[in-house]
Design a binder for this molecule. Structure first.
Ligand code: GDP
Length: 413
């Protein structure tokens, strides 16, 4: 299979308070990206991402450590970021290797305590985020109240890209504030389509208010866009999208989308937003090498840029045992690695031979012959490579920055 150009790769995580809908959203994404033919509802106990139960039962790995999905010619690698507070170390590990995240909050409760914890962790790694306010079909859901908790609890500068049309069991679609059109869903079934419609007249004031806020916030990050805006009183969709991407990556503001994953409302536009606004591997800085002995975290260090031409360097971020043996998930930062290549485990100081490599999809694993900078793959049968170890070429045997853990212990005595 041909490589996706780097600009068409997104390495993302989905983080949420428990029960906010991470599993459901992931399922829907896998469904829409065409890799999962049968949808697993959470209550059936057969969701693709709840793999551990199944693994125990059936002895197979349908792994969620990193699932690959294709969306309009783009490759989205979804890296599992455990949601529960007890897994903070795991959350840390996975945040290190992703370039962006979808942050889900609930439409009824808004930001919950554990969302705060996960938000701060993502802050620590400067992970660009888009926010999805889920469960708007539920009784008591309120987009505006839930969004207000982003300000109250997280103190962040957020900006709505969508407003819901209807709410609770009357949730019909969203107004897209970027392209200024309404998207109305047809039916509740999986694979539900939506059609474009004029913005409902009774929402005109709200839409004008939030569109203005979006323009003021987004355009503020870009001089040229600002000029265009002041000259014409408006900006093109293209310019606006560029500004939103810029502000999202820099963290100056956080875009907000909404819907109901369970009812299949809002997931396709969410995928579009992942492609439009979250960074590709080349939009981010690269990775630092680890501090030398005696150096501290803040010391000036070499940065390994994300590019296929360089010597190979990658980070093992998760290991899963299945019936085929060890699967080591590696995020590649630089170079290309092919089956049969020798690499150094520079963390431990020994060589490893690369055997089979796979990309994991929802319902199958796809064998690949090589993996390139920016991408993620699972390696079979590495002898002694642990989570957090660097694999690098013998030419340039760098050790990459390790994941910062353990998490500081909070003393409450
Ligand atoms: P997770 O813990 O964040 O992975 O949350 P799940 O995806 O497992 O969802 C928790 C519960 O909320 C499940 O019973 C889901 O069916 C339900 N749920 C998820 N998304 C929605 C939604 O958009 N609307 C409604 N009404 N229920 C949802």
């Amino acid at each position: 299979m041909a490589h996706s150009p780097l600009e068409k790769i997104r390495n993302i995580g989905i983080t949420a308070h428990i029960d906010a809908g991470k599993t459901t959203t992931t399922e829907r994404i896998l469904y829409y990206t065409g890799k999962s033919h049968k949808i697993g509802e959470v209550h059936d106990g057969n969701t693709t991402t709840d793999y551990m139960e199944q693994e125990r039962e059936r002895g197979i790995t349908i792994t969620s450590a990193a699932v690959t999905a294709m969306w309009n010619d783009n490759r989205i690698n979804i890296i599992d970021t455990p949601g529960h507070i007890d897994f903070n170390i795991e959350v840390n590990r996975s945040l290190r290797v992703l370039d962006g995240a979808i942050f889900i909050i609930e439409g009824v409760a808004g930001v919950q305590p554990q969302s705060e914890t996960n938000w701060r962790l993502a802050d620590r790694y400067n992970v660009p985020r888009i926010i999805f306010i889920n469960k708007l079909d539920r009784t008591g859901a309120d987009f505006y109240k839930a969004a207000a908790t982003l300000t109250e609890k997280l103190g962040i500068n957020w900006v709505a890209l969508q407003l819901p049309i209807g709410i609770e069991d009357q949730l019909k679609g969203v107004v897209d504030l970027v392209e200024m059109k309404a998207l109305i869903w047809e039916g509740d079934e999986l694979g539900a389509k939506y059609h474009e419609a004029p913005i409902p007249a009774d929402m005109a004031d709200k839409v004008a208010e939030y569109r203005q806020k979006l323009l003021d916030t987004a355009v503020g990050v870009d001089e040229t866009a600002m000029e265009e805006y002041f000259e014409k009183g408006d900006v093109s969709v293209e310019t606006l999208k560029r500004c939103i991407k810029k502000g999202t990556i820099s963290g100056e503001f956080r875009p907000v989308l909404c819907g109901s994953a369970f009812k299949n409302k809002g997931v396709q536009p969410l995928l579009d937003a992942v492609i439009d606004y979250l960074p590709s591997p080349v939009d981010v800085e690269g990775i630092k090498v680890a501090p030398e002995e005696g150096q501290d975290e803040t010391a000036e260090r070499r940065i390994i840029p994300v590019k296929p031409e360089g010597p190979f360097a990658g980070l093992a971020f998760k290991i899963i045992n299945d019936k085929y043996g060890n699967l080591t998930f590696v995020r590649v930062y630089s170079g290309v690695l092919r089956q049969g290549d020798m690499v150094m485990n520079t963390t431990k100081g020994h060589k490893e031979r690369i055997g089979r490599m796979f990309q994991m999809h929802a319902d199958k694993r796809e064998e690949i012959k090589e993996v390139i900078a920016g991408d993620i793959a699972a390696f079979v049968g590495l002898k002694d490579t642990g989570t957090g170890d660097t694999l690098a070429s013998q030419e340039d045997p760098v050790v990459l920055e390790r994941m910062a853990f353990p998490v500081p212990v909070i003393d409450i005595s």
